[in-house]
Ligand binder design. Structure first.
Ligand code: SF4
Length: 224
């Protein structure tokens, strides 16, 4: 209990993430990108799309647009055919072109590596920036995507109404900095394969004993 609300302590949070890592020792990024610029594009495209779907469209996109300059020189309508299998592709095409133009005009053609500069680019929110900082520049960050957010809430690592930013700050406080990226990947795989949005595998979950959400599901008369 923390402040009258059931919440995992820092140690319990670390222990839970350790269990996730033991279950998915291979957990790491599943987005493809052969350069920092291409990884940034892939991360922008991954909003509301699976990494698998993004990886299917990016080889042709990267081949046609190898540099920020090449993508800055075209119109969004030239990009749309490459990404139209993804949701929100109209907006995403605009983001990619505008982001590339900004990289060329404001950052001398190089992807910047501070949170402030990255989040000033079109299509780049805090999560995208955190992913790029951690994966490409080895700068500690704890990106909170839909899986991390769901798992943190279900396991009561955070208070019930915590925003994504509050989730990020709470996890950064509980987990040592050198483990942030690993913990982020472990929680993503946990959310993707064990604690899924619609059908969490609670009955067979090694964290059930500390998970009130899972216990409420398995004890429900509608379970099974
Ligand atoms: Fe997720 Fe269920 Fe495990 Fe809790 S018990 S972490 S809700 S799968």
């Amino acid at each position: 209990m923390i402040g009258g609300i059931y919440m995992l302590s820092d140690q319990e949070t670390r222990d839970a993430i350790k269990v996730m890592r033991e279950h998915f020792p291979e957990a790491s990024t599943t987005l493809d990108g052969d350069t920092v610029f291409h990884f940034l594009l892939a991360t922008i495209l991954s909003a509301q799309s699976t990494d698998h779907a993004v990886n299917q469209v990016t080889p042709a996109l990267f081949d046609r647009f190898p540099t920020p300059q090449s993508l800055a020189a075209v119109e969004p309508s030239d990009v749309e055919p490459f990404i139209q299998r993804l949701g929100l592709y109209h907006n995403k095409a605009k983001f990619l072109v505008n982001c590339s133009r900004e990289i060329v005009t404001r950052f001398n053609g190089k992807v910047p590596h501070t949170l402030k500069e990255l989040t000033s680019l079109s299509g780049v929110g805090r999560k995208v920036a955190d992913v790029v900082l951690a994966e490409c520049f080895n700068i500690p960050a704890f990106p909170v995507d839909t899986h991390v957010n769901r798992v943190a809430h279900r396991l009561a690592m955070v208070s019930p109404k915590a925003s994504r930013l509050q989730v990020e700050k709470r996890l950064m406080q509980a987990v040592p900095k050198e483990h942030w990226l690993d913990a982020h990947h472990s929680m993503i795989f946990w959310g993707r394969y064990q604690c899924t949005a619609r059908h969490p595998q609670c009955a067979a979950c090694p964290l059930l004993k500390i998970c009130q959400y899972g216990q409420s599901i398995t004890q429900s008369p509608d379970h099974y």
